[in-house]
Design a protein around this ligand. Structure first.
Ligand code: ADP
Ligand code: ZN
Length: 615
């Protein structure tokens, strides 16, 4: 039975999407809803969530209802599905009543497999339809919108809590890319699906290279930004700033320097915003200078880079924003600038936010990331409580490493001090214990009698500070923000304390600030990724294929990435198919796209081959 389902699911995957295997947990999630159970799917952007509900929709009788918060997202997914020959549609307020009625008739007639709709519209209309159609499943996209804890709470999502009761026989799948634990835990509760199975993959985005540059003058920053853009010739990217005025200044400066850039922020008129967004999706404007308002509602898979011209206010925000790059899995780059001035601005934002303590803590963790001396990906993933025990090799710290030493004993000393205080002390007291401080507080609590008292007096307090920070960043210890910032030992930390792990390396503390001098003088070179690594001839072909894609997209009035992702163009450039047969076998090319596009793309390949033969 299971084997049969897998064969059928793979058949659909191949026929419509042109893929040969599932990403992690995709099939498990598919199987869960096909067996009639509810599911919560937590995968990062680009993790392949859509397929988790699209394939069950295709394999089941009736129509799947997909709930999505934004018109732009619905339109984008429907366009993408139709381009693959999958019968999908949306009813929404941007279409005429007449058109919406026709869509519903199509649904009644059983001709639509996936219907995209907003939550408010669904709940006002659902009684009318439900008796007339068979609903195969409910997929709730961007499910974090239901949680008040999250950054994207949408009151209309809360009405979805009644779905389970109203449709007891229809499985519900909730999907989100949020990495925020409070929000995640809230989703099943808010949706009243306590028995939902959880499918969570790693939140790592290994194809995004992480870079941080600290304390550069604004002139140098601008120079570095333009050099960076030049090295990404013509590729799409986003530059985030904290303030609206800064996005406008940045766009204006880039334009005077000859770059095609536009600002985007919440203060702009709706038509203007729509214009910028559409032009960006269609590859007409490659660079958008934005506040955080830009990005939600953007599925564009070929965003190749994200620059933060200021440090964001939290790691959640940072991760969400860099996550807009490289959804297609091809190499992408994140570059963040960080300055003392940012910290001052962000502190005042946090203090005025109404939740000062919480936001100050988030800011502090962001700052620790910016100042990190260990692999940045480790720091990020440990913030999200994910175990990641090797250096990534794709961040500035890994590529430009500080001096390391075997710090296993140093770690064990600190861990032991934390354990012996029963997890009831913060950083400064632990350091006092390690250094054998005679402060009255230490003595009063009897800490001077602990076995660890004074074992670390050879190291300065500053050094201990730096090492504990690294241990925090590596997920060896954790801070209980809800409990007076007391230090705790994680499972990983316990393994180290018990000597169950090989050595722990930390970067050596020294008084000179490596970063301050390095950043000002060194140009950060983006890692040479797959695209740049191609031999020159392939790069040329790739550019020609991009032009072919753009021409088709214009004619069909759809964004270029919906015709084919950069990844598929890369595959075509490498395999150089010249026949329909060869073309149809390639990654990401299903039956419908073979039919639609084999002629122009094989023609482009043949052109390229013949012009190069003559030379
Ligand atoms: P998410 O919604 O989780 O951000 P998507 O569903 O948009 O991710 O998928 C990201 C990209 O990965 C898309 O281009 C999608 O077609 C592709 N993809 C998804 N599943 C697979 C798979 N099994 N094999 C190859 N590519 C896949
Ligand atoms: Zn790294």
């Amino acid at each position: 039975m299971e084997a049969d389902l897998k064969t059928r699911a793979l058949g659909v995957l191949h026929r419509f999407y042109g893929y040969n295997s599932f990403y992690p947990l995709q099939f498990d999630a598919i199987q869960c809803v096909m067996q009639g159970h509810d599911a919560v799917v937590l995968m990062p952007t680009g993790g392949g969530k859509s397929i988790c509900f699209q394939i069950p929709a295709l394999l089941s009788d009736g129509c799947a209802i997909v709930i999505s918060p934004l018109l732009a997202l619905m339109k984008d997914q429907v366009d993408a599905l139709q381009a693959m020959g999958i019968p999908a549609a949306t009813v929404n307020s941007s279409q005429s009543d007449n058109f919406n009625r026709q869509v519903i008739e199509q649904v009644y007639a059983g001709r639509i497999k996936l219907l995209y709709i907003s939550p408010e519209r669904l709940l006002s209309e659902v009684e009318q339809w439900s008796s007339q159609i068979k609903i195969s499943l409910f997929a709730i996209d961007e499910a974090h919108c239901i949680s008040q804890w999250g950054h994207d709470f949408r009151p209309e999502y809360t009405q979805l809590s009644t779905l389970r009761q109203r449709f007891p026989g229809v499985p519900i799948m909730a999907l989100t890319a949020t990495a925020d634990r409070l929000t995640r835990d809230d989703i099943a509760r808010q949706l009243n699906i306590p028995d939902a199975q959880l499918f969570m993959t790693s939140f790592d985005r290994p194809n995004i290279m992480l870079n941080v540059v600290s304390n550069v003058s604004s002139n140098d920053k601008m120079k570095m930004i333009t050099r960076f853009i030049d090295s990404h010739n013509g590729e799409s990217g986003i530059i985030y700033s904290l303030r609206r005025a800064d996005t406008e200044k940045m766009a204006a400066r880039l334009r005077t320097l000859g770059y095609n850039a536009a600002p985007f922020h919440a203060g702009m008129a709706t038509v203007e915003k729509e214009h910028v967004q559409t032009a960006f999706l269609n590859d007409d404007i490659p660079i958008v200078c934005a506040t955080i308002a830009f990005g939600m509602g953007i599925n564009k898979s070929n965003v190749r880079w994200v620059i933060h011209s200021n440090m964001p206010k939290s790691i959640e925000c940072y991760y969400q924003e860099i996550g807009r790059a490289g959804r297609d899995g091809m190499p992408a780059t994140a570059l963040m600038f960080y300055s003392f001035a940012d910290v001052i601005t962000l502190r005042s934002f946090a203090q005025d936010s109404g939740q000062a303590a919480l936001n100050m803590n988030k800011l502090q963790r962001m700052q620790q990331y910016a100042e990190s001396d260990v692999c940045r990906r480790r720091t990020l993933l440990s913030y999200f409580n994910e175990r990641y025990e090797h250096d990534c090799g794709n961040c500035d710290v890994c590529l430009n490493p500080p001096e390391r030493f075997d710090a296993t004993i140093v770690c064990q000393m600190a861990l032991s001090a934390i354990v012996r205080t029963g997890g009831k002390e913060g950083l400064s007291t632990i350091i006092d214990i390690l250094r054998g401080s005679a402060k009255t507080d230490i003595v009063a609590k009897g800490y001077n009698t602990l076995r660890t008292y004074g074992v670390g007096r050879d190291l300065s307090a500053a050094a201990w500070n730096a090492y504990m920070l690294q241990m925090l960043q590596m997920g060896i210890i954790d801070v209980a923000y809800d409990d007076y910032n007391h230090l705790r030992v994680t499972q990983f930390g316990w393994d180290i304390l018990k000597g169950a792990r090989r050595q722990v390396m930390l970067s050596k503390f020294s008084y000179t600030d490596r970063r301050a001098t390095a950043a000002a003088t060194k140009e950060k070179k983006p890692r040479q990724g797959q695209l740049q690594d191609m031999p020159p001839a392939d790069k040329e072909l790739f550019e020609q294929l991009k032009a072919t894609r753009l021409a088709i997209a214009k004619a069909q009035k759809i964004p270029p990435y919906i015709v084919f992702s950069d990844k598929v163009l890369d595959v075509i450039a490498r395999h150089r198919p010249t026949t329909r047969e060869e073309f149809s076998c390639l990654y990401g090319i299903g039956e419908k796209k073979t039919e639609m596009y084999w002629r122009p793309f094989t023609a482009a390949v043949k052109d390229y081959l013949s012009s190069h033969r003559q030379q």
